[in-house]
Each structure stands twice: as C-alpha cells, then as structure tokens.
Write a new protein. Structure first.
Length: 698
C-alpha cells in the first residue's frame, strides 16, 4: 500500500513516500524536493553480534552519477569506492541517528541512502537525514524518536532555511547543517566566515523550530504505518555480584585514576579489569559478563561524578587548557611545517606549495568538475596511541577529521589573485589523547604561516565536552581522550579572534539544548583566544617570503585568441617549454597564464618566451630578426615566433642593391623596423633607419 506525506521546509515542498519501492527492506522512504529524489532504507539483521561492546550501525550514502545525467569520468565507468563527499555524507547521516538507538542493542542495522535524481538546489545529505530517520521509524528497529534536519544559511545578514547550494557557495556567510529531535539538538556541522557566537545560537534556534515540525510529522506518519518494534533485551546484573564487587573495584579504580599520564592510567585500569575477572571467574562462571559490565559501570559512574563535582581526571579546572608547546620550521626541506603539542596530543603539520595544475579535481553531481586549491589530509597511525594495527587507506574518521580542519582554514586563505598557489597540508598525528582534529587545525595555521602563505588571520581550534546527569551538567574545555569516551558530547569549535569558522558536534545522549550550547560556545571562545595568543607568540605573522624550495609562480594575461599559439599543434609548443624547463604552465579559458618554475630567473625567462609567442608586430618598432628565406625581390625575415615580414630589396640599404644574395643570406640576423602591417596581415620591413635611443626595439 502506497502512502505519502508532504510538508513545507524553508519554503520548499518536501514529500516522503512509502510502499512504492524497496518493499523488502525493513523501512524504505522515497523522498522528493523539487527534482531531487532520494531513497533511504533501514534494515536490521536477524541475529545480534556476540561479544560486541557497541551498537553495530552502518550508514552508507551514495551519490549516483546518473542522478545528474552524468557518466563517471576516468577509465572505469562504473562507480567505484565511495568518494570523499560520499563518506562525509555517510558520517553526517550517521551522527544524529546513532544516539537514538538503545545503547545495549546489538543487532546490526544498515541504513543505505541513494541520491537518485539531483537538481542541485538543495543539500541531498540533509534530505537524506530526514528520509533515513523516517525509514528507521517505520521499520521494526528499536528507533522510536524522529530526527529532523535542515541547513541554515546567512544571506545579507538574514538567516535562510535550506538555501540553494549555489547561494551557500557564492553568497552565504554560514553553512550550518543541523539535526535534532522535536525537543533538542543532536548534530551540528558548520562552516562559517567568522560568524559570532550569538549569531550561531540564533541560527540554531531558528533551525530547531523547523526541526520540530519535521520530527512531529514523521512521528505521526510512523504511528499510522510503522511496524511493531522488536523488544530490546534489558541489561540485568545480579545484585549479589554487584554488591560484592563494586566496593572492591571502586577503591582500585580511584587509585588508578590518580595517574595523570594516559598510557599508565589505561594500563592500570586494564590490569584491574583482568584481575577482577580472573579473581571471580570461578565463583561466578555463568555471570562473568556481569563482572565486566560492573567494572565499566563503576569506572564510568565514578569518573563522571568526580568531574561533575569539579575534579577532572588530570586535575585541571573545567575551563583550563592543557599545556601547549609550539615549534615552527621543524622540517628542513619542506615548504612549511609546525609541531603542535597540547598535553599528550601531538600533531606535525606540513605544507607543500605547488602550481595551479596540482589542485585536486573533484567530480560532483551538480557542477562541472571543480579544482580545490587548498587540501588538508589527516593521518592517525596506530603508534600514536601505542597500538599495532595494519595501515591501509584512510578511514572514515581520518577523512572526516581532515575535512573539518580544512573547512576551518578556508575563510582565511588568500585569494587566488594574491597567492596563485595550490596548498596541500598534511597533519600527522604523532601522539593522541583527544582533540587531534583541533590540534591539526592549530598546526595547519602555524605551518601555513611558516610557509609564507598570507592568511588573513590565524585560526585555532578547541574541543568542548559535557558531563550531564539529569539537570546537573558541566561543560569541559579541551577534553582529553578519557573525557571524550566517558562524556556525553564532543563539540569542536574553530575560529579567529573575530568569529567562528567551523563547528562539529557529536553527542551520545538524546539531545542538548541551546543553553548548554551557548555556554559551550562562550567557553570555547575564551579558550580560542588564549590559544591564538600562544600561537602568535611563536610566529606573529606569515613569513615575508616562501621557502627557497617552493616553486615560483608568475602570471600573465593574454588575448584568448592567442591561446592556441602557446599550446601549438597537438600541444607541441607548450609541451616543449615544459619539458625543456621542468616547469608547469596552466592556461585558463579567459587567457590567464600561470607559470610555476623552480627559480625566479627561470620563471622570468619562461614568461618572456610566452610573451614572445603571443606578441604582435607594431609599426615603427625595431625587432632583431633572422632571415628564413631569400628571394629575388627581397628577404623573408622572422621578427617574432609567429610572424615573418618581407624586407624588400629596395629596403635593404640606402644604396642600390644589384644582387640581394650578396647582401643577405639565410640565417643572417640583424635589426629591422616594421614599416607597415597590411589589412591581410602582411608585414613590410626596412633596414633603412637610424639607430637611436628614442626608437622602440624588441
């Protein structure tokens, strides 16, 4: 049976349809807004995953190229592994849904979202969150509270719900993706051009009103057409076991938590867990899982209660930042580098500068291929946490953290006109105890400044945490790994002295209100300003010059009808210049030419060569030409790479020339002056002129 609901979101009509497609999935929704259509399915496995300590949820988001009437580029025409944008979309959909599933649920759930048709007007990921929420509500999964999502832009100082992608790209000072239930917020992802904390809270408040409407409609629809929900097994712990073990555990855990050093503390806690399991394994053979659960419960409860009363695990105050250490220029041959250490988190950021042609080509649904001139990549090796694991391609987490730190710096990058370089930053996590993405943001800023990139302002990042029990809560500044693991929120905030450039919030509880978020943003601002002060004390401004090992870039403007002269037949001319000089030359359709050379001198030589290729003969100008042919009536002289003029026999000398071949030979070089350029392009030359300083010479 097909059913459909419609509602207006941000002035656009959105519909959700069920019973038409994918009817064997646990829940399936066809969502439509304008000409954008998406399919979201949510399906649960039959059996739980044994011995799992987390809820096995998988979200896969796919942007099918047929949705925009395109065939994938490259040699293979079938979509391959997920693109970076698809991975980021998968994470965006996952984050608001995951907290609403019961923490003890162990049956795998897979949510699959397809973009089937795209008009480029709306963010498909936002529509995907709404569709995935409804699909999960309609299924038999224990998902009972709807999630609504919108995007908020800031156009001409006014907030706009679900602006077009073009408006976000070209006009908006804010791109805020936000999701929540009808009562509270669950997920935030934002890029901004130095938006204030108060503006950000206002945007969230407006979004929450729209989210509430979406969630209510979903829940009403699911109450009519949803499947009965499966029962969730309760966690039942033997009270006798709990009463016997808890006091023993508590004393040992208190002692272990006195270790301020991360690895020492973690190993002490692991030893306690192993000892308690070994000690009680014979007595409580059939309840050994209870022993493990009690350990986790006691540790979590004690650490959280201690933090709520003002005692953080490492002894810091609630708003205190860990000790900071900063070095720049640490690598000798790279174009820029910085080592940023915050407590036991350490990141090495490295900048590489290159020509325009080294940008990352991105194939997207709704645009022609675009080229990114700034890229940030984040690597998290296992040794950074003292572990041994296979090192393969980047994980979803690494891609997500890299994108966040990249987005944080975009608003302060110099324009292409001012700094025509491609910039690539790689952040290598060398030690991790929380907030590595924010350390990467600080490291990126410092490395760019060390590389001589004229960023408009430095950017710093800080991760905020939350412990909340009922109405009592505490917001923590600069959370370490254990506080992230045991806490309820990971709220990353980046910005300059004048405003926010990026946000990312994940939570583990069923929503956070605006009061908590406002406090977190204010506290984050104080920390950000403190960090920026420490960073500027090490490197007050970008270096005046770029590294001697970085390429030198020259630009020039030519007429568009001259582009072919530089390229040459089959690209031979430009390939010859590039091959002979080991340089990079890129020509834009508007005639702008970018030259990347290994030195200033070489760059200037290439520039002059290109100018020579496109130069046009000027009447009255003197050129140093070469004779390419001799005829009875005169000599043909090449004065520019693409121009040959006629030096008539009567213009060779003031004297009468009886035999031209006695005066001029092929290969001779001498100065000639342009007398006239005919309408048909023929050039008349002369040698009968006086050499004086007032004449122009090429």
């Amino acid at each position: 049976m097909m059913e459909k609901i419609e509602l207006e979101i941000g002035g656009k009509l959105v519909s959700f349809e069920i019973g038409r497609v994918a009817k064997q999935a646990g829940g399936a929704v066809l969502a439509t807004c304008g000409d954008t259509q998406m399919l979201a399915t949510s399906t649960m496995d039959k059996e739980p995953v044994e011995r799992s300590d987390f809820f096995p949820l998988t979200v896969d988001y796919f942007e099918k190229m047929y949705a925009a009437g395109k065939i994938p580029g490259g040699f293979f025409k079938r979509e391959g592994r997920p693109s970076e944008n698809e991975i980021l979309g998968s994470r965006l959909i996952d984050r608001p849904l995951r907290p609403l599933f019961p923490v003890q649920f162990r049956r795998p759930v897979q949510i699959v979202v397809y973009v089937l048709s795209s008009d480029g007007e709306i963010s498909p990921e936002i529509l995907g969150i709404n569709a995935a929420s409804l699909a999960s509500l309609l299924s038999d999964e224990p998902f009972t509270e709807a999630v609504g999502a919108v995007k908020v832009g800031l156009l001409d100082s006014k907030f706009v719900i679900n602006p077009s992608e073009k408006e976000i790209e070209e006009k908006s000072a804010l791109s805020l993706s936000i999701a929540g239930t009808k009562d509270a917020l669950l997920m935030i992802e934002a890029g901004a051009k130095e938006v204030s904390e108060s503006q950000m809270i206002d945007a969230m408040g407006l979004a929450l009103e729209e989210i509430r409407k979406i969630a209510i409609v979903q829940e009403e629809f699911a109450s009519r057409f949803g499947k009965p929900k499966v029962a969730v097994p309760e966690i039942i712990v033997d009270e006798a076991v709990k009463n016997e073990i808890e006091p023993v555990l508590l004393d040992k855990i208190k002692l272990a938590l006195q270790n301020k050093e991360k690895l020492t503390r973690e190993r002490a806690l692991e030893d306690i867990k192993e000892e308690i399991i070994a000690e009680y394994s014979e007595k409580y053979q059939d309840k050994i899982n209870d022993v493990s659960f009690i350990f986790d419960y006691v540790l979590r409860n004690y650490a959280r209660q201690q933090t709520l009363t003002g005692a953080r695990l490492d002894g810091r105050a609630r708003a205190e930042i860990r000790p900071i250490s900063i070095e720049v220029g640490v690598l000798k041959r790279t174009h820029g580098s910085a080592l940023f250490t915050r407590g036991q988190t350490q990141v090495l950021s490295i900048v590489t500068l290159a020509g325009k042609g080294q940008g990352q080509l991105i194939e997207s649904l709704d645009e022609e291929s675009i080229t990114k001139r700034y890229m940030h990549y984040y690597n998290f090796p296992p040794f950074s946490v003292g572990e041994v694991k296979p090192m393969r391609g980047p994980s979803r987490r690494e891609i997500g953290h890299g994108a966040l730190a990249e987005r944080a710096l975009v608003p302060v990058l110099p324009s292409e006109e001012k700094f025509p370089y491609t910039m690539r930053v790689v952040s290598e996590v060398l030690e991790s105890n929380g907030s590595t993405s924010m350390a990467s943001t600080c490291g990126s800023t410092l490395a760019l400044m060390d590389a001589g990139v004229p960023i408009t302002k430095p950017v710093a990042g800080i991760a905020m945490g939350l412990i909340k029990e009922g109405d009592q809560y505490v917001v923590l500044t600069d959370i370490q790994g254990a506080e992230d693991h045991l806490g309820d929120m990971d709220f990353k905030v980046t910005g300059t002295t004048d405003g926010i450039t990026a946000l990312q919030m994940d939570i583990k509880i069923k929503g956070i209100d605006l009061d908590i978020l406002g406090k977190a943003l204010d506290q984050a601002k104080d920390a950000r300003l403190e960090l920026l002060e420490k960073m500027l004390a090490v490197i007050p401004k970008p270096r005046d010059t770029i590294s001697p090992y970085a390429p030198r870039i020259f630009t020039l403007q030519i007429k568009t009808d001259k582009i072919g002269l530089i390229i040459g037949p089959g690209g031979r001319t430009i390939k010859s210049i590039i091959g002979d000089t080991d340089s990079e030359i890129n020509i834009e359709p508007d005639g702008k030419v970018y030259i990347a050379a290994s030195s200033e001198e070489l760059g200037r030589d290439i520039k002059q060569k290109i100018l020579g290729l496109v130069a046009e003969p000027e009447v009255g100008k003197i050129y140093h030409g070469v004779v390419v042919d001799v005829r009875d009536f005169g000599a043909l002289v090449q004065i520019l790479p693409n121009y040959v003029g006629l030096l008539h026999v009567s213009q060779i000398s003031d004297k009468f020339v009886k035999d031209i071949r006695k005066e001029v030979r092929t290969g001779d070089k001498f100065d000639v002056k342009v007398m006239k350029v005919e309408d048909d392009g023929k050039i008349q030359l002369t040698r009968k002129f006086a050499n004086n300083d007032s004449q122009k010479k090429e």
